[in-house]
Design a protein around this ligand. Sequence first.
Ligand SMILES: [Zn+2]
Length: 345
Amino acid sequence: MQLPREVIVGKGTLQRIPEVVKRLGLKGPALIVAGKKSYEIAGKTVRDLLEQTGIAVDMLLVQTATIRDVLTIEERITEWKPQVLFGVGGGTKIDATKLSGAHQEIPYISVPTTVSHDGIASPLASLKGLGKPYSIMAQAPLAIIADTEAIAQAPWRSVVSGCGDVMAKFTAVKDWKLAHIKKNEYYGEYAASLALMSAKLVAQNVEVMREGNEEGARVLLEALISCGVAMSIAGSSRPCSGSEHLFSHALDMFKGSQGMHGEQCGVGTIIIAYLYGENWKRIRETLKRLGAPTTARELGAKDEEVVRALDFASTIRPDRYTILQKLNLSYEECTKAAKATQIIS
Ligand SMILES: [Zn+2]
């Protein structure tokens, strides 16, 4: 079990980088991986602060998170021989950093500049071009330094998406438990509770999730970090990713939606909660109050794409037992469920 040694969340926490590297005994050199925008928002500050403490810093800008980006970072690691990596940005930059670091056995520090999904703190990386639409195990961050001031500069939509990704834990945990009962899969009560508690906390704090309210960003950050820790404890994405995620991956594969990851997972959570006979209306209501999409149209998807994604979802990851495998729905039954939950008309 790998867990972060330092988690610092709040206003202006970037300034605490010198103290964190000192406590962790890091003397450098360091390699910062960032996007163009995230370098401006936070990467530059990270670089200045590290250099002030006498740590040699190299910097690499990446645009996407493909296997080619990972290999580029790995090449730079081989040349520069850093003691630590800093992943500065949204999910993609951090994912590329954690995976290249894992391959080269170099720890990384996560410096998120958006809160659109739980990858900012998880040990898993989601990359394009691996032939798998879902995440693979990489490494947990050595530390997480989340500055709410930097995050406040990200589009509000990314916060809404992050909330959707946290709401997904309601059904992810149910799928995990189901796999435990039906397939005797390992189930960790502690990891499951941590993921579930994060979802409950976000649902209870809908009122503070308002644009420009730093308290909202903090609640969401803590929830996302707890989800990351839950995955570290479980040793897999199980507590945080169930059939609602498979639905989102299917939408991505068909390119049938304009939605962000967390937005798609939120809609998936409504429909999977319905299939479980759970209170799907409450989940839908919470998402609506957050301003998150609850219909195919709001995702920018066609009705039939949503049905096709639900129908296809269970085949993406046959090793991951979920309610979709248990029910083995026909296309007509998928249509019925999407209609019943008002996701399609
Ligand atoms: Zn997710």
